[in-house]
Design a protein around this ligand. Structure first.
Ligand code: 5GP
Length: 209
């Protein structure tokens, strides 16, 4: 039987580069799966339905909430975002590690439902740098940038609820540190009850007389 996969939650404010870090991680570790979220936000140029997000109408999103189709969901800057349940459950059960790249309210819901998950908070080198990155994207109107920055400061106040803080000063380094976190978590004693059991059974097989 496959051992259940590790659920890794990566959050942190919009503009910290967590999306870039996760994409770069997948390049280095194709064995790790990134969950595709659903959203009511309109696609940005270059975004594809089913790849970046499942772009849903508000009506469809709300009916999925009713049907308990999400592991978690949240309203972020006037749009809904949620993690579709089926795919994630399937991949974890098959022994694959899964990353959720989600904002803080959603991460806190995951924490209560999956306390064994690993929670990583990505931060930018400074708030000024965060503001510069958000403005530099050129995809959002100034009032949206302001709202995202305000939300970012609220998200920073939740940092302590995470297991790890990942400073994204430079993508390559941040990815390597994220890989170290994932690999170390998988070696934790409490995640290896089967290995311990096996070792104890071996003791019974050996005759020391
Ligand atoms: P964006 O509109 O920039 O793609 O995403 C806005 C925020 O929503 C980001 O912080 C992103 O991580 C978060 N987000 C993306 N998918 C989900 C999701 O499924 N659930 C929650 N709670 N947040 C999400």
């Amino acid at each position: 039987m496959n051992k259940r996969g590790l659920l890794i939650v990566v959050s942190g404010p919009s503009g910290t580069g967590k999306g870039t870090v996760c994409q770069a991680l997948l390049q280095k570790r194709p064995d790790i799966h990134l969950s595709v979220s659903a959203t009511t936000r309109k696609p940005r140029p270059g975004e594809t339905d089913g790849v970046n997000y499942y772009f849903l109408s508000e009506e469809k999103f709300k009916s999925m909430i009713e049907e308990k189709g999400f592991i978690e969901w949240a309203c972020f800057c006037q749009n809904y975002y949620g993690t579709p349940r089926d795919k994630v459950e399937e991949q974890l059960a098959a022994g694959h590690d899964v990353i959720l790249e989600i904002e803080v309210q959603g991460a806190m819901q995951v924490r209560s439902k999956f306390p064994e998950a690993v929670f990583v908070f990505v931060m930018a080198p400074s708030v000024e740098e965060l503001e510069r990155r958000l403005s530099g994207r050129g995809t959002e109107a100034p009032e949206v940038i302001k709202e995202r920055l305000k939300t970012a400061l609220w998200e920073y106040s939740n940092m302590e609820k995470y297991n790890y803080i990942l400073l994204n000063d430079e993508v390559d380094g941040a990815v390597d540190r994220l890989i170290s976190i994932i690999d170390a978590e998988k070696q934790r004693t409490e995640r290896n009850a089967d290995v311990i059991q096996e070792a104890l059974k071996a003791k019974e097989r050996i005759d020391l007389q």
